[in-house]
Design a protein around this ligand. Structure first.
Ligand SMILES: [Zn+2]
Ligand SMILES: [Zn+2]
Ligand SMILES: [Zn+2]
Length: 195
């Protein structure tokens, strides 16, 4: 008998491995296992740490950081970053390297997907959508440096480029259709001559 969960929305019982309730489509809310976040690498309780007037959690052993999504968004906003003049004026993209295995969320213990922040920064962050963001030592500074040096605009430019490419490929597809029509027309024409 697999472990089951009760849906928080419709009350029906389903397999706890499923992310969505098969009856109502409600998303399973991950349970809080640690009231105080636990470092996913050192397995010790994290301690409070004040970073630019924000209370975040730091691991006393490895200095990894844990932030809830709201604080992460705030500390990685252009508005906040541009106020900080201690950030270097150059961003060096570092090669992507990380622990081999996925890390578990410091709050609910479920494995966190790893994301390349804004797809092009090269900073790999581990995210639990329900609880927060795990950052290895130095990653918060790296993300802030990426933003301070116009990283988000680069992302925006890239999105425009991708859209333009999509439009161009649409153009080729249209001319492919035209080409096929011409070809068919040509065959009909041939059949008409030789029949
Ligand atoms: Zn449900
Ligand atoms: Zn640690
Ligand atoms: Zn979690």
């Amino acid at each position: 008998m697999p472990d089951t969960k009760k849906c928080a929305y419709c009350g029906k019982i389903f397999n706890e491995k499923m992310r969505l309730c098969p009856y109502c489509g409600g998303e399973r809310i991950k349970e809080i296992i640690h009231e105080n976040p636990v470092c996913p690498i050192c397995k010790v309780e994290m301690t409070n740490y004040s970073y630019r007037e924000n209370d975040i959690d730091i691991c006393p052993d490895c200095n990894g950081l844990w932030l809830d999504i709201r604080k992460f968004n705030y500390l990685t906003s252009e508005r906040e970053v541009f106020k900080d003049d201690a950030i270097p004026h150059e961003f060096h993209k570092k090669p992507l390297q990380k622990a081999d295995s996925y890390l578990s969320c410091p709050v609910c213990n479920s494995l966190m997907p790893r994301i390349n922040f804004k797809k092009i920064s090269g900073v790999l962050i581990d995210v639990c959508r329900d609880h927060g963001v795990w950052l290895d030592p130095g990653e918060l500074e790296q993300i802030r440096c990426f933003i301070a040096n116009g990283g988000l605009h680069e992302v925006h430019d890239k999105e425009i480029l991708v859209n333009r490419e999509a439009i161009e490929s649409l153009d080729t597809r249209l001319s492919d259709v035209e080409f096929m029509q011409k070809l068919l027309h040509h065959w009909k024409f041939k059949r008409w001559i030789f029949s």
